[in-house]
Design a protein around this ligand. Structure first.
Ligand code: IPE
Ligand code: IPE
Ligand code: MG
Ligand code: MG
Length: 368
């Protein structure tokens, strides 16, 4: 079946796990004369990313130790590729959020370290796969693994990391956690496939876009925060609060990622700009511009999405920018950040809870 086919059967209106996104939950387009806020310059809670990391510096070191230990394989190419991508660093935001969430829920043990490493393994597996699917050439400031080692090796090592994360989950010996992670990884896989179905389709709606980003990105943040709450033995309301926090944090994070794909310093971002346009991905900045740009520019935008490619990147970026697509997306990211912070209202106040708030601020103020 062609991936662009969009009938209800393909999308499934039935038992698939849904994010619950509804169009009514999305703010109406900006009124005339409205000036959307630009990104904030730094976390409002006064904590920069480094301060947040410092709070759990010991735990983060342990996470790195576990990652290195668990990567090891007796197959040389597995080690080469996994060390290549993991050694390039990355922001480690997901493990950071797991560590902070566990501590914010009062957890005193050390199993959250393994949980954080599991989340980073899954994230890394999805990156290896995603760069193949997106045909990306730069990641974490380096040539992508697919560019260096080829698509086949990247996909297979992604599978290695995925399955290793499941071995690690078994070692946590908690059936609820295994259930949460099994559902989450399945949802992520569906998200990437849904995205493929939307590719090259200028009719993609905001609703479909939000469904994709919930599944492919927010769900992992959500699962990480939930796993932390479960480890901490948190009450059901607190566990639900952590789920909501992760979901809104992850959504804000991906909205900003989709802005940065058009407006960032590629050196600082560590990725090439225009990867989304190259693959004909109708991300929110484009969807908005398709509904608000002058007619002649809309025609060009439609063609750019249908055909993909980077020939028109500059002109398309100008169109998106002047139609307000980047500001609109940034505004919705800000709203998600607010919802993430609101979700923390019933958590006991602590440095960790404050750091979770600051992490939400980082998600929308980030430039990398
Ligand atoms: C990239 O995530 C993939 C997205 C969901 C946008 P990150 O920006 O967290 O990647 P690293 O781990 O820091 O490289
Ligand atoms: C995130 O989407 C994909 C994953 C969840 C792996 P993107 O395709 O926008 O991520 P980047 O920009 O390649 O990091
Ligand atoms: Mg990508
Ligand atoms: Mg991106």
């Amino acid at each position: 079946m062609h991936p662009r086919q969009k009938d209800a059967e393909v999308y499934g209106s039935g038992p698939l796990e849904s994010s619950g996104w509804e169009l009514s939950a999305i703010p109406t387009p900006r009124p005339a004369g409205y000036h959307a806020p630009t990104f904030q310059q730094g976390p409002v809670a006064g904590m920069q990313l480094e301060d947040i990391r410092t709070l759990v510096a010991g735990d983060l070191k342990q996470v790195d130790r576990v990652i290195v230990e668990r990567l090891a394989s007796d197959v040389v190419l597995v080690n080469q590729i996994s060390q290549y991508i993991v050694g390039a660093g990355g922001k480690r935001l997901r493990p950071l959020s797991v560590l902070l969430a566990a501590r914010a829920c009062g957890y005193k043990g050390d199993r959250h370290v393994e949980a954080a490493a599991i989340i980073e393994f899954i994230h890394t597996a999805t990156l290896l796969h995603d760069d193949v699917v997106d045909g990306s050439e730069m990641r974490r400031g380096r040539d992508t693994a697919n560019h260096v080692f080829g698509n086949q090796a990247s996909v297979l090592v992604g599978d290695y990391l995925y399955s290793r994360s499941f071995q690690m989950m078994v070692s946590l010996d908690d059936l609820r956690i295994q259930g949460v992670m099994a559902d989450a990884t399945n949802t992520i896989a569906m998200g990437e496939v849904l995205q493929l179905m939307n590719a090259h389709d200028p009719e993609t709606t905001e609703e479909r876009y939000f469904e994709v980003i919930y599944r492919k990105t927010a769900r992992l943040f959500e699962a990480g925060a939930q796993m932390a709450a479960i480890l901490a033995g948190a009450s059901p309301p607190i566990e639900r609060a952590m789920i909501a926090y992760g979901r809104h944090l992850g959504t804000a994070f991906q909205l900003v990622d989709d802005v940065l794909d058009y407006r960032a310093d590629p050196q600082e971002l560590g990725k090439n700009l225009g990867d989304d346009l190259a693959e004909g991905k109708p991300t929110l900045p484009v969807i908005y511009a398709l509904n608000h740009a002058p007619a002649a520019e809309i025609a060009r935008l439609r063609t750019a999405i249908e055909d993909g490619g980077l020939e028109d990147l500059e002109a398309i970026t100008r169109t998106i920018e002047s139609a307000g697509g980047l500001e609109y997306t940034a505004r919705l990211a800000q709203r998600e950040r607010d919802l993430a912070v609101e979700a923390l209202a019933d958590l006991p106040d602590s440095a960790y809870t404050q750091a979770l708030r600051a992490l939400a601020d980082f998600a929308i103020s980030r430039t990398h």
